[in-house]
Design a protein. Structure first.
Length: 261
């Protein structure tokens, strides 16, 4: 599902294909052709704000499941437990960063979501339209992500490759996210003791707002990060979400599983 791709290989492959396909048909005077930047696949980040004591949040989870079925790997969801409906870790799924993010986006009603960090807080009936609008936009930013367990089994080592045909100034954010966490959830007036929570935000890898990364034009930048594995993480269900963003919002987002040695 997830692939680690080097942008240099993409550029080389495209160049070779173009040469082989056209060299027999171009006259000597027409052999110089100005090329435009390759547009990469656009993916969309949806940050959902939820809580275990939120009676309406399972309805939001159902909307997300429908969107994931519709868009597949092009939609990347992170469910952030926050606010007065959240239950703090380790008993619950709310990490300290949850309220920081909720406050930043002015989240008051639950569930809410922010799409690509440029939509503002949206109710669940607005998520589908926002995702559709964002996924139709083009991007020339390449983001490659790879993660593996360290040799001593104590850390997750993450490699991120970034490339852009134009110079950019923005930030790289890396998060640990986990699926298939079974614990309680309020649903209407009932408590479901064995509810399965997916896309759960677990930790920041490189700070609350990530790390600033300046991208020179047409140069690949490689960054290495690491985070300690926590005892309550089930590593086979853990993956890394990485996204590059600036004041305009998220430019590209990717995710990858954690490879075991």
């Amino acid at each position: 599902m997830f692939k680690h791709i080097n942008i240099k290989y993409i550029a080389l492959s495209l160049g070779l294909l173009g040469f082989v396909a056209s060299c027999d048909h171009i006259s000597e005077d027409d052999r110089y052709i100005e090329t435009t930047p390759v547009v990469t696949a656009r993916k969309v980040l949806l940050e959902e704000f939820t809580g275990q004591f939120c009676p309406n949040c399972p309805e939001g989870h159902a909307v997300i499941e429908s969107l994931e079925e519709q868009y597949g790997d092009e939609l990347i969801v992170v469910s952030i437990h926050a606010g007065h409906f959240g239950v703090s870790a380790p008993a619950g799924l709310m990490e300290p960063e949850g309220d920081e993010y909720a406050n930043r986006w002015g989240i008051e009603a639950y569930p809410s979501a922010v799409v690509d960090r440029n939509s503002g807080a949206l109710g669940r009936n607005q998520w589908s339209t926002a995702v559709r609008d964002e996924i139709s936009k083009e991007t020339t930013l390449y983001l490659g992500l790879y993660a593996e367990q360290s040799a001593d089994y104590k850390n997750i080592e993450i490699t991120t490759n970034l490339g852009s045909p134009e110079a950019r100034n923005g930030s790289l954010q890396l998060w640990v996210v986990e699926n298939d966490i079974v614990t309680f959830q309020q649903d209407g007036g009932n408590i479901i003791p064995d509810y399965t929570h997916n896309n759960v935000f677990r930790a920041c890898v490189n700070g609350l707002w990530g790390q600033e990364v300046a991208l020179p034009a047409n140069e690949e930048v490689t960054l290495n990060n690491s985070i300690a594995i926590q005892d309550d993480w089930v590593l086979r269900n853990v993956y890394i979400v990485g996204f590059y963003y600036d004041a305009s919002g998220v430019i590209q987002v990717e995710r990858c599983p954690v490879s075991n040695l």
